[in-house]
Design a protein around this ligand. Sequence first.
Ligand SMILES: *Cc1c(COP(=O)(O)O)cnc(C)c1O
Length: 400
Amino acid sequence: MSFTRADFDQYMVPNYSPAAFVPVRGEGSRVWDQEGREYIDFGGGIAVNSLGHCHPALVKALTEQGNKLWHLSNVFTNEPALALAKKLIEHTFAERVFFCNSGAEANEAALKLARRASIEQFGENKHKVLAALNSFHGRTFFTVCVGGQAKYSDGFGPRPAGIEHFEYNNLESLKALIDDDTACVIVEPIQGEGGVTPATQAFLQGVRELCDQHNAILIFDEVQSGNGRSGSLYAYQDFGVTPDILSTAKGLGGGFPVGAMLTTEKLAKHLAVGTHGTTYGGNPLACAVAGAVLDVITDPAVLAGVKAKAERIRSRLLAISAKYPVFQEVRGMGLLIGAELNDRYKGRARDVLALATQEGAMILMAGPDVLRFAPSLVMPDADIDEGLNRFEKAIAKLVA
Ligand SMILES: *Cc1c(COP(=O)(O)O)cnc(C)c1O
């Protein structure tokens, strides 16, 4: 049995446009395709494979749980879910946890909780949701409309009401919208899909203060920035600004689908029995794997390694750009790095991705002008160096 990329167009809904090769196996930061060609992976499945491919601790957790108990429903609780919740609470501001299966679902839960808590305390009018332009919060219809990119939300008919957008890193713009009818403000501490733009310290602090002044709930969407990627377990810890609700997914499961919403006891009580739910949320397989991910990531040596590896990649990208002037800026936080193409190469991120795969390096884009690197947090230095050698060859071809 063998399939090719052409089969994709025959069998699949055409909402994706995958690469020409078909990966079949991965180990650490390396991936092999059907032809046995090897690639070095700087994408990590879009910031998902936080510990690379087939990390032994995750394979062990998955196979052990796979031989014990797969699923029961939320009519029962289970040990891996309770253990994971306890770990998340021990390592963050959170006092209560809700599990789901993706980032969009974590945000959906966060937004529904924020509205419900606001309406129950202050009345029906307190339902306004404020979000940043250019932000990304998922693809369910509520979360995609909260997200600040019309290209993702247009064309699906009437939108949920009560959503307004401010400019990211512009406190005045938020000040002009926030009022006592605001239920919540949702912010990515680092805008990921929108171009890998970190928030400024003053902005996040200012958002927190404005929320406090108006009894608005502050939600941090850490679906992409979280789980060690920034160099702390969650990026809010780097900024020292604490949200009321935090959503996480992507790196939490290291490749196994899982999402979580973290919050305080005070807010959690507004999601009383029957007010929200999901069939798979808190699934024992997902929670067993995520528990193993957290055990590795909360090791201070791993988090310190993130900062060192980030510097290794950043400095090499700057050296490449000194040799072949292609980037206007290299930015990001920890191992979420964006390299913005300069005017001459604007709009050509997709071409760079294709050239890089030809050289055996997998990278990502974040919009048409930004190359994105979101590799494994434990990527070996030798793979970083070899991968960036390959990437440099791709850049040399781009400028040739
Ligand atoms: C990827 C992402 C999401 C959506 O996560 P899914 O698992 O695709 O639903 C939400 N917010 C941010 C910041 C993301 O990067």
